[in-house]
Structures are given as C-alpha cells and as structure tokens.
Design a protein around this ligand. Structure first.
Ligand SMILES: Cc1cc2nc3c(=O)[nH]c(=O)nc-3n(C[C@H](O)[C@H](O)[C@H](O)COP(=O)(O)O)c2cc1C
Length: 237
C-alpha cells in the first residue's frame, strides 16, 4: 500500500488529502475522529503520515470576537501576514480600495480607545485600522461604486480575520467609533473613510462567550424570496 499526503494550494488555509493506493481521498471532515475512522477503514496507521485536517473549516467555525487580551505582545510580522491575506479577496474590477494602518504607539492606542468609547480597545498591543477610498470604484461604476466598495471591504476583512484565527491571534471587529477623531490621530486624509478597527492580541483564557449563530433554516430560501422548500411536499390522495 502506498500512502502519500499533501496539501492543495499554496495557502496555509487548505484542504487535506491523502493518496491511498493511487486513489485520491479528500478529507473534508474537520472532526478529527471522523478522519481517524477513515484512516482505520483504509488500514493506515495514524503515525504513518501527517494530516492537514481541513483548516479552513476550523478557522471559519472557531473565529470569534475577543475583548480580553493577554499581556504578551504579538509579533508585528504575523499581523502583516494576516493583512497580506486580505489582498486575495475579490475586488470589483480588481480595484483594491483598502489601506491598513498598524498602530502600536501606546498613546495613540489610548486615544483611539477613547474615540471608540470602548475600554478593551485600549488594552490591545496593536490596533489595525482599515480604511478605504471608493473614488476609483465610483468613477468606474457610478452610484454602484459605494456599494461595491463596502462589499469588498467586508470580503477583505473576512480574509484577514480568518488568517488572524489561523495564527492563533485574537481580535474583535470594532465598528463603533468617532471617525473624525481617529482621522486626526492618524492623519488620515479627507477622502479616505475608516471602515473598522481591529485591536489585536492573544486571547485571555476563558474570556470567550460563544455567540449563537443564525439557524440555516432562518436564512435560506429556494427559487423565490421567502420560499422555504426546495421541493413542494408530495401529496398522496
Ligand atoms: C460591522 C461590525 C461592527 C461591530 N462593532 C463592534 C463594536 O464596536 N464593538 C464590539 O465590541 N463589537 C463589535 N462587533 C463585533 C460583534 O459584536 C460580534 O461579531 C458579534 O457579537 C458576533 O460574535 P462573534 O464575532 O464572536 O461571532 C462588530 C461586528 C461587526 C461585523
């Protein structure tokens, strides 16, 4: 029996796969034990290879907002790596409209926290400030430009958040802040909008309150708005 392992794609967020007896077996299970059961089925010893269990599922499902941080300061290079992943998000006309400012000066962090009126923001060692300028999109797409900009900012931020999760860093999306105040602190130009702030640190143990997520049934329709069934029930006379 030949056993191979590998990863798909160049990103560290990736699928796991095995090639067993030249047959491609894709492990889409995030559940460790399900993967182990599959291995047993194929009579493969756990120790015989390294498994990359689908990290994307884990990153999406385990991401959560953190508002209490450890004293330990993260490595700024890790934060840059997370920002780097934002670049791969889809962009209307491939126009990247975002800028990221990493802030680590204590006084600025305190002033930003005041502008947010949220104490925990001031307790982070870094704040990543996400800005955007929609003018190129508005030039290209008229009034749709603003909407496109908001959508692609969200897409880029989600990439950033998933990478933060993968690197075991912690953050919370902060959307409530006095924009003009922060613009002054960071010397942000008139035509640039502040989209969101992300205080970054390491999560303080046991600080996380798990939030209920919307039920799939409550968000999904088929073929028309509010139609909740894929197929009409079959009537038997
Ligand atoms: C657009 C936006 C703005 C938000 N603004 C704030 C904020 O100002 N302060 C805060 O503590 N959390 C803020 N949050 C975080 C949400 O409260 C949080 O994502 C939500 O409660 C779900 O929890 P989870 O992130 O752990 O899944 C914001 C989230 C989004 C998407």
């Amino acid at each position: 029996m030949t056993v191979n392992h590998g990863v798909i794609g160049s990103s560290p967020i990736r699928d796991a796969f095995l090639i067993i007896n030249n047959k491609f077996v894709n492990f889409i299970d995030t559940n460790y034990w399900l993967v182990m059961v599959k291995l047993l089925k194929h009579k493969i010893k756990k120790q015989s290879f390294l498994i990359q269990i689908m990290e994307l599922n884990n990153a999406i499902k385990s991401r959560h907002s953190v508002r209490k941080f450890k004293e330990k300061k993260p490595d700024w290079r890790d934060i840059i790596e997370c920002i780097d992943f934002a670049r791969y998000a889809p962009m209307a006309g491939n126009n990247f409209t975002l800028k990221f400012i990493i802030v680590d000066e204590k006084e600025k962090i305190e002033n930003i926290a005041n502008a947010c009126q949220q104490k925990f923001v001031g307790e982070a060692k870094y704040i990543v400030v996400v800005c955007s300028n929609s003018s190129r999109l508005v030039n290209a797409y008229g009034e749709k430009g603003e909407k496109f900009n908001k959508q692609q900012v969200g897409a880029a931020i989600e990439n950033f958040l998933l990478k933060i999760e993968e690197k075991k860093l912690a953050t919370c999306w902060v959307g409530y802040f006095a924009e003009e105040q922060i613009k002054q602190i960071l010397k942000i130009s008139e035509n640039t909008e502040i989209e969101a702030l992300f205080p970054i640190g390491y999560e303080l143990e046991k600080s996380y309150v798990k939030r209920e997520k919307a039920d799939i049934d409550s968000i999904l329709y088929f073929n028309e708005f509010k139609k909740k069934r894929m197929k009409e029930p079959h009537h038997v006379d």
